[in-house]
Design a protein around this ligand. Structure first.
Ligand code: FMN
Length: 448
């Protein structure tokens, strides 16, 4: 069901989880507003966006259940499956252009992105139209390994995009190219299956090709095809591919842009991508992610959970599960459950979590019987199992997220709450109340 963008949409449609909107909508705000009302409930397909012949789709995975289904597992299976894929990537399979639907149309001249594609404006103060869901693929010229991530892309001219490249792998490869006076070739892939989309967000060591992770997660190699104007391989069944180059020594204004923490990222001079070709399927579909929605949050959160679980496991082997909660933007808050065997392990789990990623700001550690995906349960643990005098860890002046407006340019405080029960507490003290018969209650036997 999750082989391609289209088969996944067909699957959602068959389950009544795709809202098809035929009423004409504006490219500016209207589609984003409608999508937001469906967030966490249904995907949306707008068939008439202004006068564009291309439909706009959003929200293809906006719940954990969606990702679990796409990965053909259950919710608890997502993270183990992701960890397994990171450990054993599966090389891609190259196909010829003739076997690649994304080559059905090839545009090499007179490229005008806004004329070709319904690229929306999402938030009130956004500087303009933004591509938010393009897999950004570059290649390491030395190892020939590709790197995949998502970068917000402002339409800055007919064939020009402004990109936000935070200092991770894409940026690293770009800087190597720029220092040598070269442009870095790239491809921007819009409309892939949800598994490949999720794989693009993996937090892996430099040198891992996320398309190979996609292959491992899908259980078969991903089919890729070589681009027309750049030396990059892209998923053959993608809806749309933009090919281009990140120019060396060029920076132009980009932003502001409404980001995942539900605040605006500022305007500043950023890298510029010059588009050299557009290829697309017949009757292509355009895909956009409305920033700060569940789709955006979960896409970042799930791969982070996989990496976080691994980090904590090194220190506290009995860690059970981790949850990057949506209220914490799926980036800033980590809820961790452990089976405490030794006093003090709750604190060690806090250290390990804070060390995993600069984004993590607050950590809550609970015992394994607390359901960390139920935030009312988590709050209950904080309310009844935590004393600030003994159970609080605070560190000041550490690097956090630059997009957290309460930091000083990213520098701020970290906090951990150890809500595990002391191992030597008397048995009744922390015993949860329980009504015998409740757990297996079938209420239909009593109420009609
Ligand atoms: N990372 C950026 O550096 N700039 C962005 O504008 C950006 N936008 C994103 C938008 C969405 C919808 C999502 C899900 C993620 C975004 N990210 C952005 C995060 C990166 O894609 C992500 O951290 C990725 O794993 C980085 O990969 P890399 O370390 O291989 O470069």
């Amino acid at each position: 069901k999750a082989r391609t963008f289209r088969t996944w949409l067909e699957y959602l449609h068959s389950k009544n989880r795709l809202a098809i909107i035929t009423r004409k909508v504006s490219l500016q705000y209207e589609g984003a507003a409608v999508t937001k009302t469906m967030d966490g409930k249904k995907a949306v397909c707008f068939t008439q966006v202004e006068d564009y012949p291309i439909p706009v789709v959003s929200g293809i995975c906006s719940t954990r259940e969606d990702f679990a289904e796409a990965l053909e597992t259950d919710q608890l299976g997502i993270i183990p499956k992701f960890i397994e894929a990171v450990a054993s990537p599966s090389p891609c399979r190259s196909v010829d252009s003739g076997a690649a639907p994304v080559k059905e149309n090839i545009i090499l001249a007179d490229i005008d992105l806004m004329q070709l594609l319904p690229i929306p404006v999402h938030h009130e103060k956004d500087s303009g139209n933004y591509i938010t869901a393009g897999l950004f693929i570059v290649r390491d010229p030395v190892t020939r390994k590709q790197n995949v991530s998502i970068h917000r892309l402002q339409v800055s001219g007919k064939n020009k995009l402004g990109a936000l490249l935070l200092p991770r792998h894409t940026y690293h490869l770009y800087k190597l190219a720029e220092d040598a006076g070269r442009a870095l070739e790239c491809a921007i892939v819009i409309g892939v299956d949800p598994v490949t989309l999720l794989a693009s967000q993996a937090s892996t060591p430099f040198g891992v090709d996320e398309l190979e992770l996609a292959g491992a997660l899908r259980g078969e190699p991903l089919e890729v095809v070589r681009c027309e104007t750049v030396d990059i391989d892209v998923p053959a069944f993608a809806e749309i591919v933009l090919e281009g180059r990140i120019l060396p020594h060029v920076r132009e204004p980009e932003g502001p842009f409404g980001e995942f923490p539900k605040y605006y990222g500022p305007r500043s001079d950023k890298e510029v991508v010059h588009i050299t070709a557009v290829t697309h399927r017949n009757n292509p579909m355009y895909y956009t992610i409305v920033p700060a929605g569940y789709e955006h949050l979960l896409l970042g959160g799930i791969p982070r959970e996989a990496s976080l679980l691994q980090s904590i496991r090194q220190t506290v082997p009995t860690v059970k599960a981790v949850h990057m909660s949506p209220g914490g933007t799926c980036r800033y808050h980590a809820i961790v459950s452990i089976k405490k065997r030794n006093e003090g392990e709750g604190k060690n789990a806090i250290f390990a979590a804070l060390a995993n990623s600069f984004d993590i700001k607050h950590v809550v550690v609970v015992d394994e019987e607390v359901d960390i995906f139920n935030m009312e349960e988590v709050e209950w643990a904080v309310a009844t199992r935590f004393q600030a005098e003994t159970d609080l860890v605070v560190v000041h002046n550490a690097l956090g997220s630059k997009l957290d407006p309460s930091t000083a340019g990213g520098v701020g405080s970290k906090m951990g709450l150890d809500c595990t029960v002391p191992l030597n507490s008397e048995p009744m003290r922390y015993l949860r109340v329980r009504i015998p018969g409740y757990d297996n209650m079938n209420v239909e036997d009593y109420v009609n």
